[in-house]
Design a protein around this ligand. Structure first.
Ligand SMILES: Nc1nc2c(ncn2[C@@H]2O[C@H](COP(=O)(O)OP(=O)(O)OP(=O)(O)O)[C@@H](O)[C@H]2O)c(=O)[nH]1
Ligand SMILES: [Mg+2]
Length: 331
């Protein structure tokens, strides 16, 4: 008698365990589905987008050039700068970039600032700099402005989809990378393109600096989170790239067309999805060592953004495995 009660209790315990596992699995997958659905990006509506040239002249969205059309042969390089409240940092970056561009490829470049809903007047500040400090010609610096903040991935996507040049570089506004290193990226991408001009990507890399002062000087907690994220990227993201996060990446028009219309992620981990898409589409990627230095005023909230990046990374991988995200369906 006692034995049968014991067996019944064990079965009850097993049943309870099974039930709670099923409930947890249902809750997690329900959350995942809701999250994925709300995670699907869209391009900004016309009223969310303001587009200005150096004259401060406002133009509607239809007037933005599209990277899917024939580019402007006169422009070799378009530089996209995702910017969020950057009035304190962007001058140094722009000075470094413009002084290089004016010497290395006179009149064959453009800069596209994507102001991601800044509250500090970043757009007007950049337009003023281009007029009064750099004395640029009309159209050499354009500002695309979102009324609401979307995230760095959303801003880079928007900028690169509307460039006129043959190559599109996105570069952080903090000037942490040395702009002239774009020479190395251009040399590498030209090699990958070959004579058929196939899609190709060249990305700046700080992997060679892992044990140098620039990294060692960062706080313990920051380095710990960075290594944790690297491990997660290795497990869920991409294995063949050492530094996925560097804000200095170059694409040719073919690669932009093959990658950016399919990019889902608007947050910080978008770099990993870009590389995942490039690898899935067998687009060659060159990882090129560049100079880099720490710049104050980071917009990252260490704890919150690290958790979101980890979550987004798992979501992206799961979404591709479950065919919720597709690399042949534009978002
Ligand atoms: N579009 C957009 N860009 C952002 C946002 N936050 C930061 N950025 C831009 O992303 C670039 C890099 O930002 P940082 O704050 O330097 O972050 P990080 O370089 O990834 O990280 P650190 O290593 O801490 O400097 C800059 O050009 C920022 O203006 C945002 O919410 N939206
Ligand atoms: Mg930075």
């Amino acid at each position: 008698m006692g034995l049968s009660v014991l067996v019944e209790q064990i079965q009850n315990v097993e049943l309870k365990k099974l039930l709670s596992t099923v409930i947890i699995a249902l809750l997690v997958s329900g959350y995942l589905v809701v999250y994925l659905l709300s995670h699907t990006p869209r391009l900004p509506f016309k009223e969310e987008l303001e587009f200005q040239t150096i004259d401060g002249e406002s133009v509607v969205k239809e007037n933005l050039p599209s990277v899917s059309e024939q580019g402007d042969d006169d422009i070799l390089l378009s530089v996209v700068v995702p910017s969020y409240n950057e009035t304190k940092r962007i001058l140094i970056m722009l000075r470094d970039a413009i002084s290089y561009l004016q010497v290395r490829m006179p009149r064959r470049w453009e800069i596209v600032i994507v102001d991601d809903g800044s509250k500090d007047g970043t757009s007007d500040y950049c337009l003023k700099l281009s007029r009064e400090v750099f004395r640029l010609e009309k159209g050499q610096l354009r500002v695309v402005k979102f009324t609401k903040n979307r995230g760095k991935g959303g801003a880079v996507r928007q900028g690169l989809l509307h460039i006129r040049g043959r190559y599109g570089l996105f570069a952080d506004a903090d000037g942490a990378s040395k702009f002239s290193d774009v020479d190395r990226l251009l040399t590498s991408i030209e090699k990958l393109e070959g004579s058929k001009l196939q899609a190709a990507v060249a990305i700046g890399s700080r992997a060679h600096m892992v044990n140098t002062d620039a990294v060692v000087e960062r706080s313990f907690i920051r380095n710990l989170l960075m290594y944790g994220l690297h491990t997660l990227v290795f497990v869920f993201g991409v294995r063949s790239i050492n530094d996925t996060q560097c804000g200095f990446k170059l694409f040719n028009r073919q690669a932009i067309n093959a990658i950016f219309p399919y990019l889902h992620t608007e947050g910080w981990i978008f770099d990993v999805e870009i590389l995942m898409l490039a690898l899935r589409k067998r687009i060659p990627i060159a990882e090129v060592p560049i100079s880099w230095h720490e710049v104050d005023g980071s917009k990252m909230d260490l704890a919150r953004d690290s958790i979101n990046m980890a979550k987004d990374l798992v979501v992206i991988r799961m979404a591709y495995i479950l065919h919720i995200y597709k690399d042949d369906k534009e978002c």
